[in-house]
Design a protein around this ligand. Sequence first.
Ligand SMILES: [Zn+2]
Length: 128
Amino acid sequence: MTREQKPYSERTTPEQRREYRQRRMRRAKKLHRELIRQLCLDRFKAKKSKTAKPHCAICGKTHRLSELEVDHERGKRWRAKQFRYDARVDRYVEEYKRGVKLRPACRPCNRMDGVARRKEGRVSAAED
Ligand SMILES: [Zn+2]
């Protein structure tokens, strides 16, 4: 006798789904923090920064980890908003492993850089 697999929404309770979602988010936040910490460390090792502490690669100021974002040095050809936070973080990690040039940037710098890049029509070869 074969049992048909019920859809996800029927196999799980709303509480379970909420818990899975929270777990995914917690994991993504942790990965995100680890990646930014790594990017700061990489810059320090490459002597691009005087500090290994969390800092912005654009304005050079130190920040709290939670205030930093992942910036694509040469821009990216995908829209971050298209992805859910956890999928986006997975993508960053995958890009890092692939050697895509990433750097830590504070929110204001990251926004300004993105705007400038779009204005100039600077698009990257970082992503296809
Ligand atoms: Zn900055």
